[in-house]
Design a protein around this ligand. Structure first.
Ligand code: GLC
Length: 616
C-alpha cells in the first residue's frame, strides 16, 4: 500500500519545529506561515522527475560537492557565446577545460543601461530576451546535467530593479507593494540611516537612498535603480523564496545568494550581517532541504573572515553550503605586489583552523573588483604598513604607476577622500602578460606566464572548489572598449568582463604560444589535482616554514601521502624548502629531489612536491 506521507512531508517533519520557530520569530504571522508551507509543497510537486531523482541521489551522497575533481568556471553567456543556446552548443569547450561546475552570470531580465551587469532583475521568471528564453535555460540545465556539469545561477535577493512589477506598482501607490520596499515621504529617516550605513558604491552611486521624480524616497543601497526589498515583510520572503524555487525547478544546482549580508535593514545599525540575516539564510537552507535537497546555497559574503564564516551556520544548523574565500583572494594579490608571504601565510593559517566541512570557493578573479580587505591592524603592528598608504601602493602597483610593475589594471570607485579605491583587471593583465605582449618581449612574457600559472597552482592547492574566470584559461587581457560605451564607461568592472576571444582559444593546443602554455599548464595542474588524494577537502593542511619570506610553503597530507607546495611570490630566483627528510618528486615537471631542504624556484615559480614513499 502506498504510504500516505509524501517525501515532502517526511522531509518537512524533520525541520518543521525549527522552521516554524524561526519564521514566527521574524514575522509572528500564522497565516503567512501556512501560505509559505503550501507554496513549498506546490514547488515540490512541480519539480520534475529528473530533478527529484537527482535530489534522491545527492541526499544519499551528501558529500557529492566536496570532491577534489570539482572544477568551476564563471562566465557571461553573451560574452562567451552570444546566448544560452550558444553556451549549450559550446559545452564541449567547457568540458575540454575540465569544468564540471558552471556559474552563469546574471541572465534574468534586466533593463538595458540600468542593469548593474544583470544584478538589477526586473523579472525573476524571464530570461533577458537577447540571451534566450526560460526554455533555453532549462534545456541548457538539462544538457549540463547529462554532461555532469552543475549549474550555478545568481539569485539577486537584496533588491529588484525599479522596473520590476512590484516596484512599478509600489511607485504607483498600489496597496501591498509599497511595503515590499523602504519608502519614505521625507528625508528624516533616510538621513538617520545614512549616519550609520556605510556606502557600497561611494563614487558611482553615493548614498543609500534615491529620491524619485514625484518626491518619494526609496532605499537603494546599490545603484539608484536597485530598490532594496523589505524582508521584514513576510510577503517579500514568501514570494522571493518562491522565485528561488522556480529557478531551482528549472534545473539550477547552485544558487548564489547575491549580497546576502545586506538583506535585513535596521535603523541605528550598519545594516550588514544582522542576526535576522542568519535567520533568513537558515530558513532558505531548510527550504532547500525540504523541497530540493540536491540544490546548494552559495553565499556571496565579500567581507573579512570573521563576518564570512558565520554564514556556514553550525553543524546542527547549517546555513550556506559554500562561501567565497575572498580574503585569501585579495591577500594573494597583495602578496604578488609585495613579494612577501607573511600575511598570506597568516591568512592560510586562519583558514586551516576552520572546521574542515566549511567549503570555500577559491578564485583569483571574478566579475567584481578586488577590494583591499586585508588584515591592516596586523600589517601595521608587524611591518608598520598603514592602510591608506598601502592601498595606494597596491593600486599604484597594479595600475603600473609603480616603477617596474608589469601589471595593467584600472581603479574602481576611487574615492580620494578615503583613499579607498579598489581594483579591476584580468588575471593575465595583472600578472604582466598584457604588457609583455605589447612590448613583444619574450623574456617578460615567459615570466608573466609563469606568474599566472603559479597563481593558478596556488588557487588549486587550497581545499575547496577552484573557480576559473572564463578567459583566464587562455590569458585574456583587459578589454578597454567599455570606455566607449556610455552604458558602461562609469563602471570599470567592465574592464574584465569583455567578450570571450575565441581567436585566443584557437591557440590553446599550441604549446609555443602563451595561450597554449597557459591552457595546457592549467589542464595539467587540474588533472594532477583531480588524481592526487592529498588535494582532498578532508586533507590535513598547514603552512610550513620555507626559510624565505618570499616563498609560501604549504603541506597537504592524506592517507599516508604528503604533498609540499612551494610558491615563489618574488620575481627572483630563490632557493627555499622545508624541514623534511627523504626523496620527493615534483608533479608538474617530474623532477626528482633527494632532499627538499633547498629547492630552486624560478621567479614567480612554484613546485608541487610529492613524497616518494607515498607516491603509489
Ligand atoms: C554583488 C555582485 C555585484 C553587484 C552587487 C549588487 O556584490 O557581485 O556585481 O554589483 O551584488 O547586486
Amino acid at each position: 500500500m502506498k504510504n500516505a506521507k509524501t517525501v515532502f512531508d517526511r522531509r518537512l517533519s524533520r525541520h518543521y519545529d525549527e522552521l516554524k520557530w524561526l519564521y514566527m520569530e521574524l514575522y509572528r504571522d500564522e497565516e503567512a506561515f501556512r501560505y509559505f508551507l503550501g507554496m513549498l509543497n506546490q514547488c515540490w510537486k512541480e519539480r520534475k522527475k529528473s530533478l527529484r531523482d537527482q535530489d534522491a541521489r545527492r541526499e544519499a551522497d551528501p558529500n557529492w560537492y566536496r570532491r577534489r575533481e570539482l572544477l568551476g568556471m564563471m562566465l557571461y553567456a553573451d560574452a562567451f557565446a552570444g546566448s544560452l543556446e550558444g553556451v549549450r552548443k559550446n559545452l564541449k569547450y567547457i568540458r575540454e577545460c575540465g569544468v564540471n561546475y558552471l556559474h552563469l552570470m546574471p541572465l534574468l531580465d534586466t533593463p538595458k543601461g540600468r542593469s548593474d551587469g544583470g544584478y538589477a532583475v526586473s523579472d525573476f521568471r524571464a530570461v533577458r530576451p537577447d540571451l534566450g528564453t526560460m526554455g533555453d535555460l532549462e534545456s541548457l540545465a538539462d544538457a549540463c546535467r547529462k554532461a555532469g556539469i552543475s549549474l550555478c545561477l545568481d539569485f539577486v535577493m537584496n533588491h529588484t530593479s525599479e522596473e520590476h512589477e512590484w516596484a512599478k506598482k509600489a511607485r504607483a501607490g498600489e496597496t501591498g507593494y509599497r511595503e515590499r520596499y523602504f519608502f519614505y515621504n521625507n528625508w528624516k529617516i533616510p538621513m538617520e540611516f545614512e549616519k550609520t550605513v556605510p556606502q557600497v558604491f561611494p563614487t558611482t552611486a553615493p548614498g543609500s537612498f534615491t529620491q524619485l521624480e514625484d518626491g518619494q524616497i526609496v532605499m537603494t543601497s546599490f545603484y539608484p535603480y536597485q530598490w532594496d526589498l523589505n524582508y521584514a515583510n513576510p510577503v517579500v520572503f514568501n514570494d522571493m523564496t518562491e522565485n528561488l524555487l522556480y529557478l531551482a525547478n528549472r534545473g539550477i544546482d547552485v544558487v548564489r545568494l547575491d549580497a546576502i549580508p545586506y538583506i535585513w535593514k535596521q535603523l541605528g545599525t550598519n545594516c550588514r550581517n544582522l542576526p535576522q540575516v542568519h535567520t533568513l539564510a537558515r530558513m532558505l537552507r531548510i527550504v532547500c532541504e525540504v523541497v530540493c535537497p540536491g540544490v546548494l546555497l552559495l553565499g556571496e559574503v565579500v567581507m573579512e573572515p570573521s563576518k564570512v564564516a558565520p554564514y556556514f551556520g553550525t553543524p546542527e544548523k547549517p546555513e550556506c553550503h559554500m562561501l567565497y574565500n575572498v580574503t585569501t583572494m585579495a591577500t594573494t594579490w597583495h602578496t604578488l605586489a609585495t613579494g612577501d608571504v607573511s600575511l598570506l601565510r597568516r591568512q592560510m593559517d586562519a583558514v586551516c583552523e576552520l572546521p574542515k566541512d566549511f567549503l570555500f570557493l577559491n578564485y583569483l578573479r571574478c566579475h567584481d573588483d578586488i577590494g583591499w580587505g586585508l588584515d591592516y591592524p596586523w600589517l601595521q603592528e608587524r611591518f608598520h604598513i598603514f592602510e591608506v598608504a598601502h592601498k595606494k601602493y597596491l593600486n599604484d602597483w597594479f595600475t603600473s604607476r609603480w616603477p617596474g610593475s608589469p601589471a595593467r589594471g584600472e581603479l574602481y570607485n576611487d574615492d580620494p577622500r578615503l583613499g579607498d579605491a579598489r581594483l579591476c583587471g584580468t588575471t593575465a593583465s595583472l600578472c604582466g602578460l598584457e604588457a609583455a605582449d605589447f612590448e613583444g618581449d619574450p623574456f617578460k612574457l615567459e615570466r608573466a606566464v609563469s606568474c599566472d600559472l603559479t597563481l593558478h597552482a596556488w588557487m588549486l592547492s587550497q581545499s575547496g572548489i577552484p573557480v576559473v574566470y572564463s578567459g583566464d584559461e587562455v590569458g585574456r587581457f583587459n578589454d578597454y572598449t567599455y570606455h566607449d560605451d556610455p552604458d558602461k564607461r562609469a563602471d570599470s568592472r567592465y574592464l574584465h568582463r569583455g567578450t570571450f576571444q575565441w581567436g585566443l582559444a584557437e591557440y590553446r593546443k599550441d604549446p609555443s604560444t602563451y595561450q597554449g602554455k597557459l591552457f595546457q599548464g592549467l589542464r595539467r595542474l587540474e588533472d594532477i589535482r583531480g588524481a592526487e588524494p592529498c588535494f582532498d577537502a578532508g586533507a590535513e593542511v598547514r603552512t610550513e616554514d620555507s626559510g624565505d619570506s618570499r616563498v609560501l610553503a604549504v603541506s597537504r597530507r592524506a592517507g599516508g601521502r604528503e604533498l609540499i607546495c612551494l610558491f615563489n611570490f618574488s620575481n627572483q630566483f630563490v632557493w627555499a624548502g622545508v624541514d623534511r627528510e627523504g626523496a620527493y618528486t615534483e608533479l608538474m615537471y617530474g623532477t626528482k629531489y633527494d632532499s627538499i631542504h633547498a629547492v630552486e624556484l624560478w621567479p614567480n615559480g612554484f613546485a608541487w612536491l610529492l613524497r616518494d614513499d607515498g607516491a603509489d
